[in-house]
Design a protein around this ligand. Structure first.
Ligand code: SF4
Ligand code: MSK
Length: 662
């Protein structure tokens, strides 16, 4: 494969192995920090990955089970030597059970995040905490309306209190369905009901997954996987959507704004405070504390020019899309940020935080501050965060960072130059606003073929694929072919780092998309928020489908997760496909130990939920698959599907997705 321009950014003078750094990341800022790590003898996730190789092939195929203590059992996927576990479980059963547990874990992470957001919302509405308030009153009232809560004659706080109780009930409903699913088109809702996968209470679905996969319970792969779809749906149309909505009420619904991303946002002369994790309940308070005049004065007294807050991962995305606070990097860059030697404090809450950070920060002056009652890590400064003392704790955290500034070792500081402008904050409300209040202009652009379709590209980074290679190349291929891209999570950060989140990026888009972006003044890639905000993408799909009177699966829309790694991404995959969107996975899920499960997920699901997965590690081929799918949907709608193809993948006789990996 010929390297593209953005792959050739290695310093030719670098004394260490160019190819190795090149294979780790295509991002120049990350490459600089990887060189620094090697020169300083600092270990990163890539080094630990190399030491893990070869990774266990049973694990990769999904055919190891330790669900009871007769095991662990590892079965032979070809059924020759050890075709069954001790209890008689086949590869098919084991792969399906493992997948169900993964979905449950991912859904639990998203929805427990949502639960905490609702509990904060409830305490705020009852006047028990002072640090939070109602910022988006329109969203409060519209959500109350959805939940059947009359607002007349009540204060906003009273409405919020009733709404909080209604939202909390969504977690524990025993038999009745959760309500956010009503945003989906009727056809989808009917299909879920017919299949018996309309989700009940979010907690109930997750617990049922654990029950079903307990030794000797559910042992039919299809039956097991249907519960996986239902649990995924309870995540998106329950947990994730609730988290997004409540956070919008508390902190504001994102609107387009400019900011900057990448390691170069760290400051040479200010106190650098990085917030990393997922919950804006904390990061919002850190942002406020960093503007406190008393703390700014203290920073000056310590020799700093100010206080610079930057994000990593999705808590970074939350404050980026709402306030334009810069992002220092995505998941895989968390260690690289510390390696700059310029971070006074890395403040973490939950999810996607590497336990390596405590050891790594010990090599620099950085303080790793863990804050969540649920999550601690080796070698942290523990400063537990509770909403009742939110302001005070945030101020104490920022004070610790300031006090640490004089201990920065200038000899160890190397902040990469690279920082990239971006425009972010495209909530569904913001997108409709850009369109003038109605989906019509976008629908018309799709009908004419100026916009071929919509690509939803999301998900993490993964050391198994060159950092940003999958994200950036897949998205570029899509926009070159006139597909408007919506993005969340670490894909959004990757796109921002590659300069794809500015209106000027439409210059590399196809002519149709370029013209639409210019008229609307938008980038060809729209940043919709954190990984939990993937719910916004399905709300947008529902708005379009409802507007057109069709199902989500009829739309020229395709999804992808080019570098996914988290269990949360598996839950997202389950709900996106169950909602009717064909989705390409860019790293290989542990399902190929069972041909039956693989065939179900990559083909037969089409007959069940009218969408399925593909697995394709080459981002150029993945883009081609998405375009093929989008064109197929266009054709079915009677729209022009002969728009042509402008890309790198040209092999029409490719092996069907996934099957080459069996
Ligand atoms: Fe082995 Fe069955 Fe126990 Fe799994 S549940 S560890 S396959 S005996
Ligand atoms: S942070 S879940 S690595 S998107 Fe949401 Fe990024 Fe994936 Fe974590």
């Amino acid at each position: 494969m010929e390297p593209e321009a953005d792959e050739k950014s290695i310093d030719p003078e670098c004394p260490i192995m160019h190819q190795k750094i090149y294979e780790k990341s295509i991002d120049p800022a990350s490459q600089t920090m990887l060189q620094k790590a090697e020169q300083e003898g600092i270990e990163t996730a890539w080094d630990r990955y190399e030491r893990q190789l070869p990774q266990c092939s049973f694990g990769k195929l999904g055919v190891c089970c330790r669900n009871c203590n007769m095991g662990p059992c590892r079965v032979d996927p070809l059924g020759k030597k050890k075709p069954k576990g001790i209890c008689g479980a086949t590869a098919e059963i084991i792969v399906a059970r493992n997948l169900l547990r993964t979905i449950a874990a991912g859904a639990a992470a998203h929805s427990d995040h949502a639960r905490d957001a609702v509990l904060t919302f409830k305490k705020m509405s009852e006047g028990k905490i002072q640090s939070y308030g109602i910022i988006d009153e329109v969203k409060l009232l519209s959500l109350a309306y959805e939940y059947g809560i009359p607002a007349e004659g009540k204060s906003h706080e009273e409405v919020a209190a009733e709404l909080a109780d209604a939202l909390l009930q969504e977690f524990g409903k025993q038999n009745s369905p959760i309500l956010c699913t009503r945003r989906a088109p009727n056809s989808r809702l009917k299909l879920w009901t017919k299949l018996g996968i309309e989700p009940r209470g979010i907690d109930r679905e997750i617990v049922e997954c654990m029950h079903r996969t307990n030794m000797g319970v559910d042992n039919d792969a299809t039956h097991i996987l249907l519960q996986g779809l239902r649990t995924g749906l309870s995540d998106d149309w329950g947990g994730s959507m609730i988290a997004t909505d409540v956070q919008d009420i508390l902190f504001g619904t994102p609107q387009p704004k400019r900011s900057t991303v990448n390691l170069g946002v760290l400051s040479r002369d200010k106190v650098n405070v990085i917030v990393h994790g997922h919950e804006p309940i904390l990061s919002e308070m850190i942002v406020e504390a960093a503007e406190d005049p008393e703390l700014l004065k203290l920073a000056q007294e310590k020799g700093a020019a100010g206080i610079n807050v930057a994000g990593i991962c999705c808590t970074g995305n939350e404050i980026l899309v709402r306030h334009g606070i810069p992002i220092a990097g995505a998941f895989i860059q968390q260690e690289l940020a510390v390696i700059t030697g310029a971070v006074e404090a890395m403040v973490v809450d939950v999810q996607c935080i590497m336990p390596s950070l405590g050891y790594l920060t010990g090599c620099y002056h950085t303080k790793l501050i863990s804050t969540s009652p649920k999550a601690d890590f080796p070698r942290t400064v523990r400063m537990e965060f509770h909403e009742e003392r939110a302001h005070e704790t945030a101020r104490e955290i920022v004070r610790v960072a300031i006090e640490n500034f004089p201990f920065r070792n200038p000899g160890k500081v190397n902040i990469p130059e690279e920082k990239q402008e971006c425009v972010v904050g495209f909530s569904v409300e913001a997108i409709l606003g850009v369109l003038g209040g109605s989906p019509d202009p976008l629908v018309e652009a799709v009908k004419r073929g100026s916009v071929r379709g919509i690509g939803a590209v999301i998900g993490c980074d993964n050391v198994k694929i060159t950092h940003n290679f999958g994200h950036v190349n897949l998205v570029k291929e899509l926009i070159k072919n006139n597909v408007l891209v919506v993005t969340t999570g670490c894909n959004a950060i990757a796109c921002a780092e590659a300069g794809l989140l500015v209106p000027e990026a439409s210059e590399i888009a196809g002519d149709g998309l370029k013209a639409v972006c210019k008229v609307l003044g938008i980038p060809p890639v729209l940043h919709m928020g954190s990984c939990v905000d993937t719910s916004r993408i399905l709300v947008l799909a529902s708005v379009l489908a409802n507007y057109l009177g069709m199902d989500i699966s009829d739309l020229p829309v395709a999804g992808a997760a080019p570098e996914w790694m988290s269990e949360k991404a598996v839950s997202i995959g389950a709900y996106v496909v169950s909602s009717g969107v064909f989705t390409v996975l860019g790293t290989v899920p542990p399902i190929f130990g069972s041909q039956a499960v693989t065939a179900l997920l990559t083909r037969d699901l089409n007959d069940v939920v009218r969408a399925c997965f593909a697995v394709e590690t080459d981002p150029f081929k993945a883009a081609y698959l998405m375009l093929e799918h989008i064109d197929g949907k266009r054709k079915a709608l009677g729209l022009d599907s002969g728009i042509g193809y402008n890309g790198r993948f040209t092999d029409p006789n490719r092996t069907p997705p996934g099957l080459s990996l069996l």
